[in-house]
Structures are given as C-alpha cells and as structure tokens.
Design a protein around this ligand. Sequence first.
Ligand code: TXA
Ligand code: MG
Length: 315
Amino acid sequence: MVAQDTQLLPPSDEGIARAAQLLRAGQLVALPTETVYGLAGDARNSDAVASIYEAKGRPSFNPLIVHLPDVDSAKELVIWNERAQVLADAHWPGPLTMVLPLREGHGLSPLVTAGLDTVALRLPAHPLARRLMRESGCALAAPSANPSGKISPTTATHVMAGLSGRIAAVLDGGACPVGVESTIIGVYDDETRLLRPGGLAVEDAEATLGAPLAGAGEGIIAPGQLTSHYAPGASVRLNATSIQAGEVLLGFGPMACTINLSEKGDTREAAMNLFPALHQLDAMQPKGIAVAPIPNTGLGLAINDRLSRAAAPRD
Ligand code: TXA
Ligand code: MG
C-alpha cells in the first residue's frame, strides 16, 4: 500500500467539493454520518472498493453497506417490496440499513456484496454525507472508518488516529450524534430479520412493521462465541458490580466511576458516548476496563452487542 498524505477537510463548500472530486477519482474519503464515520469509496469502482479493504486491513471480503442519497436510487439497485417501503417511509434517512435482493444490471462492484445476491443499503441523515453523495454522484460503499477490529470512530480525530497515511482525506463533521452503527434488517421474501442491533431501536422498527422481527428475541450470543471486534487495548469485563486492581470503570446510571455513559440511565445518550468513552479509557492504558450492567432495551441492545464483542477473546 502506498503511503498517502491524508487531508483533513473542513465542512465548507470547498472541503465538500474537494471530497467529491477525490471520490469521483476513485480515492477514499472518511465522512461523517449520524451513526459513526464511514470510510467511503465509489461502490461502482472495484479499485476503490478493494482499497477500502486494504486501508482497513480487513482480513476477508465482508460485504459492505452502500450509502445512497434517496429512495429512488435504492430502487434502481434492488428488488423493492412493501415492507421495505414501510420501513423506508418511517426511518429513512436515518440509522437503518436494509438488506434486499440485488436487481439485474445493478452496476455495483462485486467486491461490495462479496458475491452475495443481496446488498445492504442505507440513506444516512447526516447533512454532510447527503451533500457529498449528491455532489460526487457516487453510490458510496462505506464500512466504519477504523482499522479492522478496533473501536469505531465518532470524530475526525478518531479517524485520523487510526487511518492517517492510508486514505486520501477525512471530511470533518464534528461528533456523530447517534454514536453506534446502523440497525441492519434483512427484508427477505420469506421473513424480516434483525441482522445487527444498532442506532434504530428494535422496538421502533417492530412498531413500524406491526410485527416482531425474526432473530430479535435471540439476545446476545455468549461472548466466547463472538469474534473479537471493537476492541480497545485493555481487556474488557462486562456486568461488573465492583472494580478490581488496575481497572477503570465505565458506568451507567448514578454511580461513582471513571466515565459515565449516562448518569440518568438513558440508552440513547449512552450510545452517543460509547465509542468516545472507550477511546478515552483506552488512552489511559488501564489493566482492564470494567463495565457496569446496561439494560437490553432501546439502544441498550446495540450497546451490549458492541461491548460483548469488545470483551470477546482476542486471536
Ligand atoms: O452505521 C453504519 O452502518 C456504518 C456507517 C458508516 O454507515 N457502517 C457500518 O459498516 O457499520 P460495516 O461494514 O462496519 O458493517 C456492515 C455490516 C457487516 O456486518 C456486514 O456483514 C453486513 O453489514 N452486511 C453487508 N451486506 C450484507 C448482506 N448482503 N447480507 C447480510 N449482511 C450484510
Ligand atoms: Mg465496523
């Protein structure tokens, strides 16, 4: 991989125009979305998509999410259905990704879908992401803008710390308001399935559909079965009710702790604070990070999913 001088672009007309120009030229630009920063490349350009995997050091070709400016662009890529329309009406643009069957002649790089006959689509709500998609005219393939397996970035500083020298530019949009990745729902012919809990509460998606999501009640898989992901340098211990020597405590609700995700016990506020808190605790280089119990309701499901992966045994 060729080392590059990564530009930090301001959220001005000039900054956006430069980012759009780089994307059209097949370069990689990290951009803010309301969930986390994404590492974006032109989803129709296989060179650009291959560079995404390379810059992240992703060991395998996991399928990526394609980001689009509007529902019409989505309908050009996939076989649309009634449940997708209902979910889109209620939650797009926003922190929802839908997996749908690919349409013939979609034009996306096969690296985006890793050879599957479905694709993950999302309309981000962040105004900078939306402007960049319109100005570049690109459908943007974008995983979270962090080196593979590390904590996801919610500020331009986080992105720079992880990927500087490996990508063309970062568009600085400040802190991401939701703070955890999108909720992924498979809108298949025979079922509507929760594939990843995230920034849209499962309860809200189910209320929109008027039916429970398949897979939603299955809960968090035992940490031992999870591949390590979102991993800080220190080990992570969940559901801690007290701390051990050398540990820092990530709190939730009123308590004494090193950093509190939400003193008032609000899962939405806690989601926004989760990755910045993990970055901060990691920088303190503790022996371990103990985490107080967090309820599995609202965005708590997504938070516990990320924390379980952070706590999973490392390779
Ligand atoms: O909020 C987000 O979703 C962020 C921002 C940047 O948009 N993106 C993100 O991307 O989290 P990434 O690559 O870290 O996660 C994409 C997830 C992966 O777990 C992948 O397995 C799943 O989406 N995925 C993609 N295409 C799929 C498909 N066709 N079927 C099932 N899962 C799919
Ligand atoms: Mg990720």
